[in-house]
Design a protein around this ligand. Structure first.
Ligand code: BEZ
Length: 219
């Protein structure tokens, strides 16, 4: 469980792919949430700089519009910013009234930045409390499998978030790799066999390290 910054030995642990996502519990727009309660399904935990800001609003409208797509992949969304719970409520009401879409996934309040700092969503000694656009893809075992970080002035791509999730889920099904721009239905790559025999016995020049495998699309 995340402790208040002053009580932690490392004030802003740099999380990496393969780390277990630090547990926390917090208030959110859908009630109290605990990160470890998401074990058993995929989770995208993401921060945004502030409520009532233009780029963030477009991101939430886009994500709410794709909520079914995340659900189909058994992936929960969990948003976070430094703003208060009542700010989140007011913003979601405005989004509903203006864009005719209800944001139903939880938005965590992190007024003390204890979660934002533990996840590296804010610079450790930054006076600006706004979190940057950090996104953590967390697998059903609670392990961070991918992360992205965008600045405040560039919004994320929902299709790319879905594609990353598809690729992470596809490579979990076997020793395969997802090539550049891969989308479900396209061929994956075979994990190369690191043996000299496979190098010399391969028919084509590149067959020993570059081989496609076609899988039935799960989507
Ligand atoms: C935005 O979401 O539009 C935004 C947030 C913080 C700083 C600048 C822009």
């Amino acid at each position: 469980m995340i402790e208040p910054a002053a009580e932690r030995e490392v004030p802003c642990a740099g999380l990496r792919i393969g780390d277990v996502a630090p547990d926390f519990s917090a208030r959110s727009t859908t009630g109290d949430v605990r990160l470890s309660d998401y074990r058993g399904r995929w989770l995208i935990l993401f921060s945004h700089p502030a409520d009532f800001t233009p780029v963030c609003t477009t991101e939430f409208v886009a994500l709410a519009g794709s909520a079914d797509e995340f659900e189909r992949r058994d992936c929960a969304l969990l948003a976070l910013s430094v703003d208060s719970l009542f700010s989140h409520f007011a913003w979601l009401r405005l989004i509903r009234d203006r864009y005719d879409i209800e944001v139903r996934f939880p938005i965590v309040e992190d007024p003390t930045l204890v979660i934002g700092r533990a996840y590296g969503m804010v610079a450790p000694h930054d006076n600006d409390s706004a979190t940057v656009r950090t996104t953590f893809f967390i697998d059903p075992a609670g392990v961070i499998r991918a992360m992205t970080c965008y600045p405040a002035n560039v919004g994320r791509s929902t299709p790319e978030m879905l594609r990353t999730l598809d690729a992470l889920q596809a490579v979990d099904d076997g020793p395969v790799l997802a090539p550049a721009n891969w989308v479900p239905g396209e061929a994956l790559l075979v994990q190369p066999d690191a043996s000299l025999d496979s190098v010399f016995s391969a028919k084509g020049h590149t067959d020993w390290f570059m081989k496609e495998v076609k899988r039935g699309s799960r989507k």
